[in-house]
Design a protein around this ligand. Structure first.
Ligand code: PMV
Length: 410
């Protein structure tokens, strides 16, 4: 049988761990590597870890001397295990475990001769373009670290899977330091403040109906670093002080500064994409309309009440405070109502309850002055800041069965 289950005997001495890990959305963007192999950034970055109640990756890893080779299944499909980034993470974890063995920590060493099975899935559609690789690699590395009994920070390993994944290793508000060392060991993630530090902060993820797939982040940042003078200026002269100001804004729960820097940094990241030759366009017309709407909304109130940010795609992520959620949702429902074809089977606003639902005040509607565009936003996920990776102890929640094979496969 192709999947190797033929004549399957129960596997002996299997070790298994299941974890979940969160998505993070940067407010100071990472764009550009100074070392492709080690995934070292040209500037520091800072993000908010989103609650796993709405968005998370789940991964089960198993090790057994009976496994014939390393294997991985993602969202129900077996994937080649020789993908370089995956190999990097597996290799680094095994190297650390070996080091531990030499330090006489036998538990980690026991598994070193075993092959590994990995099974991972997201609780949200990968096609929605919602930082799935960050959650996925953070989950893989956290699970492997638990399997091999490796304690301490392993964000430098997650970083080598996908740069932004290192920030998903912690909850709340997280920065990724640039580091100076050649081996990259000081380019790590650390928590600026836990999620509970700013309980009123809310996040609306507007999943925008996208056309064809945009340029991937690896290729995109390579071309930007090669061709854009602006990205060099940004890394040297803009981000260092912005990172400090953003950290302080978070510590002070200062939404005005937090929102302003978030929007400016998203805009500058997309400006570096336009400055790339040939240019890269991640924002589409809907994204631009959302930007306009947020600025008009803030102008209407004479202060920053909502802030947008966009990654390598057209989806908008809005940061705002709890009290303003009903008004901003009323705006989004009015100007981007569900289309007739794409929302029949799901709620337009998902996630945290849409309490105190309100109608859009006429003066605010006039200030925004857009034509409603039905179907441009597929759906909205209402969420908040949340915790870092978690271990699940209930075997029911494992994605591999007791013999280390996927419970479900496409
Ligand atoms: O980690 P990557 O290679 O997927 O790059 C992420 C880049 C952005 O999402 C655009 C910015 C960021 O800091 O998350």
């Amino acid at each position: 049988m192709e999947n190797g289950r033929a004549n399957m005997k129960p596997v002996t001495g299997i070790s298994q761990v299941t974890c979940t890990a969160p998505v993070n959305i940067a407010v100071i963007k990472y764009w550009g590597k100074r070392d492709e192999q080690l995934v070292l950034p040209i500037n520091p970055s800072l993000s908010v870890t989103l609650s796993q109640d709405q968005l998370c990756a789940r991964t089960t890893v198993a090790a057994s001397a009976d496994f014939k080779r390393d294997r991985i299944w993602l969202n129900g499909e077996e994937q080649p295990v020789d993908a370089p980034r995956l190999q990097k993470c597996l290799g680094e974890i095994r190297r650390l475990a070996r080091k531990r063995k030499h330090e006489n920590r036998e538990r980690a060493g026991d598994l070193l001769g075993s092959c590994i099975h990995v099974c991972s899935e997201n609780n949200f559609p990968t096609a929605a373009g919602l930082a799935s690789s960050a959650a996925g690699y953070a989950c893989l590395v956290h699970s492997l670290a638990k399997l091999f009994h490796i304690d301490g920070d392993v964000s430098h390993i997650a970083r080598q899977g996908s740069g932004s994944a290192c920030r998903s290793m912690y909850g709340g508000f997280v920065e990724w330091t640039m580091g100076r060392l050649e081996d990259g060991s000081d380019s790590v993630a650390r928590q600026v403040a836990p999620a509970e530090h700013w309980p009123e902060l809310r996040v609306l993820v507007a999943v925008v109906n996208a056309g064809k797939k945009a340029v991937g982040s690896t290729e995109g940042m390579q071309t930007t670093v090669k061709t854009s003078a602006l990205v060099k200026y940004r890394a040297e002269h803009v981000v260092p002080s912005r990172q400090e100001d953003m950290r302080q804004a978070i510590l002070d729960r200062d939404f005005q500064t937090f929102g302003e820097i978030t929007m400016k940094d998203s805009n500058q990241f997309h400006a570096t994409c336009l400055d790339t030759y040939p240019p890269i366009f991640y924002l589409n017309e809907t994204s631009k309309h959302i930007i306009h709407l947020v600025h008009m909304y803030n102008r209407h109130h004479g202060k920053i009440k909502a802030a947008y940010t966009f990654d390598a795609g057209p989806n908008a992520v809005l940061y705002l405070l709890q009290d303003d959620v009903p008004e901003v949702l009323a705006l989004l429902r009015h100007f981007f109502p569900p289309g007739s074809t794409n929302n029949s089977d799901r709620e337009f606003v998902q996630g945290l309850p849409d309490v105190n639902r309100k109608d859009l005040p006429a003066d605010l509607q006039n200030t925004v002055g857009l034509e409603p565009s039905p179907g441009s936003i597929q759906y909205i996920i209402h969420t908040r800041a949340g915790q870092g990776p978690q271990v699940l102890t209930d075997p029911q929640q494992a994605l591999l069965d007791e013999n280390g094979w996927p419970k479900k496969q496409n």
